[in-house]
Ligand binder design. Sequence first.
Ligand SMILES: CCC/C=C/C(=O)SCCNC(=O)CCNC(=O)[C@H](O)C(C)(C)COP(=O)([O-])OP(=O)([O-])OC[C@H]1O[C@@H](n2cnc3c(N)ncnc32)[C@H](O)[C@@H]1OP(=O)([O-])[O-]
Ligand SMILES: Cc1cc2nc3c(=O)[nH]c(=O)nc-3n(C[C@H](O)[C@H](O)[C@H](O)COP(=O)(O)OP(=O)(O)OC[C@H]3O[C@@H](n4cnc5c(N)ncnc54)[C@H](O)[C@@H]3O)c2cc1C
Length: 679
Amino acid sequence: MVSENGAVNEDLVKERQNCSFNTLELTHLLDGGEAKTLERKEREEYFLSDPAFKDEVPMEYLSHQEQYEHSVRKACHMFRKLQEMPHGSMDNFREPPVESVAQRIKQLLGGMLGSAILKDGNPLALHYVMFLPTLAGQGTVEQQAYWISRAWNLEIVGTYAQTELGHGTFIRGLETTATYDPSTQEFVLNSPTLTAYKWWPGGLGHTANYAVVVAQLYTQGKCHGIHPFIVQLRDEETHMPMPGIIIGEIGAKLGMNTTNNGYLGFKQVRIPRENMLMKNNKVLEDGTYVKSPSDKLTYGTMMFVRVVICQDMASYLSKAVTIATRYSAVRHQSEMKPGAPEPQVLDYRTQQYKLLPSIASVFAMKFSANWIWEMYNVVNSELDQGDLERLPELHAVSCCLKALCTSDAASAVEIVRLACGGHGYMKSSNLPSTYGLVTAACTYEGENTVLLLQTARYLMKTWQQARSGQTLTPSVAYLNLYSDWRQPRTVWENTTDCVIKAFYQVAAGKVKAAAEHMERRAKGGMTPEDAWNETSIELVAASTAHCRAFIVEKFIETVSKTDVSRPLQAVLCQMAELYAVYWLLNNKGDFLMFSNLSPADVDGLQLWLEQLLTKLRPNAVGIVDSFDIHDDILASPLGAWDGRVYERLFEESQKSPLNKEPVNKSFHEYMKPFLRSNL
Ligand SMILES: CCC/C=C/C(=O)SCCNC(=O)CCNC(=O)[C@H](O)C(C)(C)COP(=O)([O-])OP(=O)([O-])OC[C@H]1O[C@@H](n2cnc3c(N)ncnc32)[C@H](O)[C@@H]1OP(=O)([O-])[O-]
Ligand SMILES: Cc1cc2nc3c(=O)[nH]c(=O)nc-3n(C[C@H](O)[C@H](O)[C@H](O)COP(=O)(O)OP(=O)(O)OC[C@H]3O[C@@H](n4cnc5c(N)ncnc54)[C@H](O)[C@@H]3O)c2cc1C
């Protein structure tokens, strides 16, 4: 139904009139204040009003090569504009340290704005997201001064080449070698096998001319494990591959088809000694190896990106839920009551169950992402002072949070895509490519199962500490409190305090069960490694429960501390409760086993969930409107502000090249003879 004047869909008008809170207040809260909202809008206007970013033909109708070429053009223009951006809103942006500058670039151009301009990936992304941060995090002061200024001024374009054809997860098993030759003071890079070829780095195919290459360092006849080296891949003028460099693109993928992921082989490539990034470990002129206090400092860039990914996931999901919620308000289907008008699909309880917990997830991810970003900065400055104490905790938290944010975002984007019925299957809905971007993050920067097992490793250690009565760091302190789930049950209450406690009881219960089962296996004669592998399903579940508990706690805590008007406070509390009750009911077996919940309480919880859906339903459109996502960023006929879904879908269909002529030549070439032969 479109309003008479053809402006905004009438259903959306009504939804907006019925919203119980001030959407602008929520927008400001999410942006971090009114000034930040204005700054963001100024930035969006600056980029999105530029005709150079408009596609005459939608990218999906172009060939793979054309898509790449357009993406490079747009990416160069985008970053040039970024550097030329007028002072004012960008002042902060230019300040060091580069790591935080890169994080801001990712925030500005990655999750939201960037995906509007480059829907299927940015061939220059790795330059900013990993190359620059690695120079900053792993380079000496002198190396930083030289390389960062070259990279920042775009004299060179870099990527981060770690993963190989044979190894992505197990980085200690990488095969590329960098052997020090003291006679020339050079490292010699070599790919001894096909599986040693670098495989996957973004921008590596045809875009970057430099890379940070992670390789096994050999000096004085000994291997010292993996280290980062700056390697020139292509001539700075001609862009031809340098001697000994074998390079290309790996091919078409499920999504991210314009990130130009590449392969790279080395045939005895020589680089100067100074090209090893030596902030942590060093190789002296004579080949002497000087070790840093922890070899895990080399993994710093990965940790940085894992932290940033959590923010990205909130952005992508906020786009997807905005599209699906507006569409669900506009879409009418079926009869709820015989003879009654067809209702908005948003009025079906099952539709609310698909959309509203997904909307709540956006807030959960955003608040946890803010929290871990602060923790990352604190721990990083401690590392700079030589204090490594909190590194294991940060590693454990960042691994499981990256895993949950990406897997939750991937399943929620798919849930809300399905919630749009057939139209959600259209590429033009922008939901398939959003899914492509989000599901990739379940694999890159550490495959999710592997990361959850890293957190489990930490949990097993802290569990032993809890058992021996040691005081634990805040993120695992609950293990001291709830070590015995067979404690007498207390009465269940439908309150957030009781719910938070239950999430932690479940986490502690699952940590304890995994630890005991592993111990039992070890006592039965298994090696610790076999016992670990046999127990790994439970270990992954323990990490997941641990992470879910602190996401729930951070959500409820943030909302209760937020200073906002009462109507907004009410909505935020409902969102936090919905998130908690949704995950509780989804895992009720665990709660029945490990927390105070009893079977008789489950009906009450189901009712609580349904009441929350009822309360939130009138504000669904208002909440997604508060995300304040520009139509050009949503880039979806289903999700535009005005709700002109059908007109926009039809307009999109007209962009198909097949519709340029009434009869396609294939009719004359194949169909006509085929039809005759069948006569
Ligand atoms: C836009 C983005 C584009 C994408 C880019 C990419 O994908 S780029 C490519 C991205 N690629 C990936 O993400 C690859 C994923 N793989 C990896 O990161 C690693 O191979 C690993 C972490 C899985 C194992 O590493 P490993 O075999 O060396 O370790 P281990 O298991 O033997 O444990 C030994 C000890 O080390 C500890 N520890 C480990 N990491 C850290 C850390 N960062 N900090 C601190 N500590 C850490 C661990 O807790 C344990 O402590 P414990 O218990 O002894 O006190
Ligand atoms: C879109 C995209 C972009 C990327 N960009 C880059 C980049 O810019 N630079 C770069 O260097 N790399 C990049 N990568 C590579 C990425 O980091 C790796 O793919 C990732 O780390 C997973 O490694 P893998 O592919 O070897 O998976 P594998 O480790 O082979 O995983 C296969 C299966 O084995 C399981 N498995 C592996 N080890 C264990 C274990 N110890 N315990 C239990 N199960 C295990 C996994 O859970 C998984 O189910 C990118 C990847 C993608 C998809």
